[in-house]
Design a protein around this ligand. Structure first.
Ligand code: FES
Ligand code: FES
Length: 177
């Protein structure tokens, strides 16, 4: 039995300390965002954020996650809102919106990992170069091969986030002036 903080909620789970987080999320908590792909930390489909860092849950025992903040796909909008100072939680994030608008996904199996990793990237580096996007997303496999559209979507989300930040900065300056 362990206590985990998942999407801002402290939860007691029954699984043993050496159980990979993915099994706890999907089997015990019925969270279907993170998905089993390779089971070997090679594909990224099972990723979550742990203290803001993309983490492969298929190989991460829950014993290593005590006192850490776990964010799954189900909590990504609230996490994004908290990190960017939004007054309310949007239904979807700019990354999710851009993936849909660019029709970047086909079967959608990689969707979870792509969103988690792209969110980590853009919160740390809102204006990444193409090379930085490719480097960050390296290791997230898309069996449908939609990589060019995924990169386009991340660039689109980057522009959206920058505009939102500029708008928020302009609003706060208006209050000063
Ligand atoms: S299932 Fe975890 S990285 Fe592939
Ligand atoms: S859209 Fe099918 S695996 Fe990426």
């Amino acid at each position: 039995m362990a206590s985990l903080t998942i999407n801002g909620v402290s939860i007691e789970v029954q699984a043993g300390d050496d159980t990979p987080l993915l099994y706890v999320l999907s089997d015990e908590l019925q969270l279907q965002g993170p998905r089993f792909g390779c089971g070997l930390a090679q594909c990224g489909s099972c990723s979550v954020l742990v203290d803001g860092v993309e983490t492969r849950t298929c190989v991460t025992p829950i014993a290593s996650l005590k006192n850490k903040a776990i964010t799954t796909l189900e909590g990504i909008s609230a996490y994004y809102a908290a990190q960017t100072g939004l007054a309310s939680v949007p239904q979807t994030t700019p990354v999710q919106d851009a993936l849909v608008e660019e029709q970047a996904l086909q079967c959608g199996y990689c969707y979870n990992g792509m969103i988690i990793k792209a969110t980590e990237l853009l919160l740390n580096n809102p204006d990444p170069t193409d090379a930085e996007i490719r480097s960050a997303m390296n290791g997230h496999l898309c069996r449908c091969g939609t990589y060019p559209k995924i990169i386009s979507a991340i660039k689109k989300a980057s522009r959206t986030i920058q505009l939102a930040r500029q708008s928020a900065a302009d609003s706060s300056m208006e209050g000063i002036i």
